[in-house]
Write a protein that binds this ligand. Structure first.
Ligand SMILES: C[S@@+](CC[C@H](N)C(=O)[O-])C[C@H]1O[C@@H](n2cnc3c(N)ncnc32)[C@H](O)[C@@H]1O
Length: 291
């Protein structure tokens, strides 16, 4: 069996209808609900793949006790089974509605463990809390992390709506790099303050944009990335505005110029880990704004 797959994922991906039928009828909860390496559980795989007749979806839904959690789960691409069924599987309205109803029911049942923004289940003790406690015990040696935790405002990142950051395996590295970036910003611009506009280009999870917004209330912060908003942290609560732009697109410089004049404040552009053409584009944007 390939790594990260159970027998049902395997049968689904091989379109082995007989085996899928058998495993839905005889399998246990784990088999029915487990996500594969891409975070897709069997309900999602069935919902999106038209080679499987809808009767398979109904059969899996009939195993209700085990599939409601699956209906409310999201894959790595942040889609639910109902979204796969409507957006990719072109499934009937009846199936999509049934999946949505299961999703809603499960979300209501487990609301206290979920992010109030996107409904994802969040950990009561995110990784960032472990790092904070380590710092409080005097075991953290990284000065950037120590400075981050020393500022009360930054502890907002422990809130459940920042789960995409606070439980990310690389949160420690992301925060260290962002703190170093902000040191460079304040070092280069002694006049920098809360009346400025920060534009974080290719923001990724927007850790840098979020920290700068938390540390400087009143600052205008725009995070730019080409990814859809659903992949980004819910940093609206920190006052960060997100724009989905391709910075290599022909209209990027024009859009940036309009945004900057609309906000009408002194502006600083940040761009961390921009490879190749992205860095060149950031330099072009800088030159344009400077002129
Ligand atoms: C290596 S990450 C850097 C993320 C963040 N700045 C950091 O240091 O953690 C690269 C980011 O650039 C974004 N990106 C890549 N090409 C882009 C483009 N043409 N326009 C806008 N964003 C782009 C990706 O979606 C990704 O989020």
């Amino acid at each position: 069996m390939p790594r990260g797959r159970n027998a049902l994922h395997d049968a689904l991906l091989k379109s082995d209808c007989e085996r899928v039928k058998e495993l839905i009828a005889t399998g246990d909860d784990l088999l029915h609900c487990q996500p594969d390496l891409k975070g897709c559980n069997p309900l999602m795989l069935l919902a999106r793949d038209q080679r499987f007749h809808e009767e398979y979806i109904w059969a899996l839904l009939a195993r209700r006790a085990s599939v409601e959690a699956s209906a409310a789960a999201r894959s790595r691409t942040r889609l639910t089974a109902a979204e796969y069924a409507s957006d990719f599987g072109a499934r009937s309205a009846r199936v999509v509605e049934a999946l949505r109803a299961c999703e809603e029911q499960e979300r209501r049942r487990t609301v206290e463990w979920r992010c109030p923004e996107c409904g994802d289940v969040v950990r009561a003790r995110p990784r960032l809390l472990g790092y904070l406690q380590r710092a409080e015990r005097g075991e953290e040696k990284n000065p950037l992390l120590l400075r981050f935790f020393a500022k009360e405002c930054n502890r907002a990142l422990l809130n459940p709506w920042y789960h995409m950051v606070n439980n990310d395996p690389s949160v420690r590295k992301e925060i260290s790099e962002s703190m170093a970036m902000l040191d460079a910003l304040t070092g280069a611009l002694p006049a920098f303050g809360s009346d400025w506009h920060i534009v974080d280009l290719c923001c990724g999870m927007a850790v840098t944009a979020s920290i700068v917004a938390l540390e400087h209330p009143g600052l205008a912060v725009t995070a730019v990335d080409r990814r859809e908003k659903r992949y980004t942290t819910h940093f609206g609560r920190a006052g960060v505005r997100y724009v989905q732009w391709d910075i290599l697109g022909v209209d990027f410089l024009h859009r940036l110029e309009s945004l900057v004049s609309e906000v009408n404040r002194p502006v600083a552009i940040l761009g961390m880990h921009l490879c190749g053409a992205l860095s060149l584009r950031a330099i072009e944007a800088f030159a344009m704004l400077e002129s």
